[in-house]
Design a protein around this ligand. Structure first.
Ligand SMILES: Cc1cc2nc3c(=O)[nH]c(=O)nc-3n(C[C@H](O)[C@H](O)[C@H](O)COP(=O)(O)O)c2cc1C
Length: 211
């Protein structure tokens, strides 16, 4: 299959979004937990989480354009300025998927999707109790991407909860030990298997690959 730019532009909307959402490969599967000023919680699945540097420890994610559709995650982060990012594991992948439904603001995805709120270290935003690897973030900046109206949301890590058993001797993670999942497109989930771990790649230490 070969698609040109013109063919991509000419595709029916759902076909295009499904294909373009899948071509970057496996994406991380996370739930973002937020709370508004009235204490109403919200939980939504996001596949665009990325780390933006470790000093300071910054994380970003891409927010779809804010328009007619209410974006509760965005509104809560702007109000409360704290949010959590929680890994999705195989045991609750279906629950996590359904947090993408457009629920009424008064209807929390925690309750509707059978996941539990957890409040840790006096942090105001809810963590997901069922998740084993979770991050509490302070919102710092929203960068508008004028090309298509999406927004890069940037936060600094305030709390990091990592299960000790996944951290190996060289500080490398084995996410398969806690059954963290990966996402392709918008509705396909993968189990992860650790297949290799290599040292830092130095120019003078590259193996003698045959070319
Ligand atoms: C697998 C998957 C990945 C998603 N990733 C994102 C994402 O990275 N950014 C985004 O804005 N929405 C993403 N969504 C859509 C949100 O989950 C959806 O818009 C949700 O309703 C937002 O909830 P909220 O309005 O309560 O914040 C994704 C949906 C699915 C099913």
């Amino acid at each position: 299959m070969h698609y040109t730019k013109e063919q991509i532009q000419g595709m029916e909307r759902v076909k295009r979004l499904k294909i373009i959402n899948a071509v970057s490969g496996i994406k991380p599967a996370n739930l973002i937990g937020t709370i508004d000023d009235d204490g109403k919680t919200n939980l939504a699945i996001f596949s665009s989480v990325v780390h933006l540097g470790s000093d300071p420890a910054l994380m970003g994610f891409i927010m779809r354009p804010i328009g007619d559709v209410p974006r509760h995650t965005y509104e809560n982060i702007i109000q409360n300025r704290q949010y959590t990012i929680n890994h999705i594991h195989q045991s609750f992948v279906k629950n996590a998927h359904y947090t993408s439904a457009k629920l009424d603001r008064n209807d929390s995805e925690f309750t509707r999707c059978g996941l539990s709120e957890e409040y840790l270290n006096g942090f105001s935003a809810p963590f997901v109790k069922e998740s084993q690897l979770k991050i509490g973030l302070q919102f710092l900046e929203a960068i508008d991407i004028s090309l298509n109206g999406t927004i890069l949301m940037i936060g600094e890590i305030k709390h990091l909860i990592i299960p000790e058993e996944i951290i190996g001797d060289h500080l490398d993670f084995d996410l398969s030990l806690v059954d963290t999942v990966g996402i392709s497109g918008l509705n396909t989930y993968y189990a992860l298997e650790k297949i290799a771990e290599y040292p830092y790649a130095r120019a003078n230490e590259t193996p003698n690959f045959k070319v």
